[in-house]
Design a protein around this ligand. Structure first.
Ligand code: F6P
Length: 368
């Protein structure tokens, strides 16, 4: 650790929350203050804090971050609407439109005396980081998303807590499925990648796992369920990622994209699937949408550990002036990767991935 000149750094949390955000804030603050003597501030609700009048910026010191390891959410708030390049506001007709306020953001950061920014966020947030970096902002990234779909890192924090939550839900559904001889469907998060569905499905003993990477064939899913039935197993558990869709179909959209929002809101595939399976098999089917329970609560020890390593790593990136980079987990080490590489594509599950082979080896239907 080399001594560096006194700096003021800003931390912000951006996009949907994920268990472990506070652990990153704690680790980065402790390392920045304790090891380098820097000043740390947090922008409230991502970039909104800097762009609001008056500005909402919170000092982060050792006391402010004390006790944060076990706290879900983020003490500095977050937003998954807009950002400085597409800042949403209401026009004179009351319609929500967007404006590019990125130049103003840079001026405001200069006015605050901020030397460097740590952006903790997923794919959409790191796209904004890259754009700001190209405009001259000294920014580094920390990969976050329960979906685990950010490329160039082998894992994002928040994922393992979400998997624990989904597995717990499957364990609970298992008992009712068995008692009533029913088919129970669990819809979990995962817009583009099915990591949560696949990991929790294997850990929770599911009989079918449906993920966005493999469009499913409804007849094949039902055949699998009936096969079990014929073997005397009248109950089955099915995990479906919110972004999964049938062959030739599209994901179920709960709400269309609004101005300043990155994506449409997905949801409803579990309900749709329950109806189809009920009709095709004539059996009792129930669905549960796990939703935001997956994003809340106490982070698991492994997520706290990853978040803490990322927080320390992000401060190291600033100390080494490796701006435009993001910390990433690779072969159990924390390394620096260019943000521009991380946002090229989603980290989808490779069809040859060992988890898929493992699921198939167990006789779990992947819907194909
Ligand atoms: O990106 C994480 C995620 O959990 C997605 O799987 C999901 O579609 C999205 O967030 C929902 O976000 P929100 O309801 O907060 O808009």
């Amino acid at each position: 650790m080399k001594p560096t000149s006194k700096r003021k750094i800003m931390i912000l949390t951006s996009g949907g929350d994920a268990p472990g955000l506070n652990a990153v804030i704690r680790a980065a603050t402790r390392h920045a203050i304790g090891s380098y003597g820097w000043e740390v501030v947090g922008s409230i609700e991502a970039y909104n804090g800097v762009l609001s009048d008056p500005m909402k910026v919170m000092p982060l010191d050792m006391k402010a971050v004390s006790g944060l390891l076990i706290k879900g959410g983020t003490i500095i708030g977050t937003s998954n609407k807009g950002g400085p390049f597409e800042f949403p506001y209401k026009n004179e007709h009351g319609e929500t439109v967007t404006a590019d306020r990125s130049d103003e953001l840079l001026k405001r950061l200069q006015y605050l005396g901020v030397d460097a920014v740590i952006c903790i966020g997923g794919d959409g947030s790191q796209r904004i980081s890259q754009q700001l970096y190209e405009k001259g902002l000294k920014i580094v990234g920390v990969p976050k998303t329960i979906d685990n779909d950010l490329d160039t890192t082998e894992m994002t924090f928040g994922f393992q807590t979400a998997v624990a939550c989904a597995t717990d839900a499957l364990d609970r559904l298992h008992t009712t499925a068995e008692s009533h001889e029913r088919y129970m469907i669990l819809e979990v998060m995962g817009r583009d990648a099915g990591w949560i569905a696949l990991a929790s499905g294997i850990a929770g003993g599911a009989d079918a796992i449906l993920i966005p990477e493999i469009p499913f064939d409804l007849d094949k899913v039902c055949t699998k369920l009936m096969e079990r039935h014929n073997r005397g197993l009248g109950f089955s558990l099915i995990v479906v990622a919110e972004g999964a869709f049938p062959l030739g179909g599209v994901p179920q959209v709960a709400e269309e994209r609004k101005p300043g929002q990155p994506n449409p809101l997905l949801g409803g595939v579990g309900h749709w699937l329950a109806k189809q399976i009920r009709e095709k098999t004539g059996r009792d089917v129930r669905e549960t949408i796990l939703g935001h329970l997956q994003r809340g609560g106490i982070p698991t020890p492994m997520d706290r550990l990853l978040a803490t390593r990322f927080g320390v790593g992000a401060v190291e990136l600033i100390a080494q002036e490796k701006y435009g980079h993001m910390v990433a987990l690779r072969s159990d080490d924390i390394v620096a990767v260019p943000i521009v590489d991380a946002i090229q594509k989603y980290r989808l599950i490779d069809l040859d991935h060992n988890l898929i082979k493992t699921a198939r080896a167990l006789g779990i239907s992947m819907g194909d």
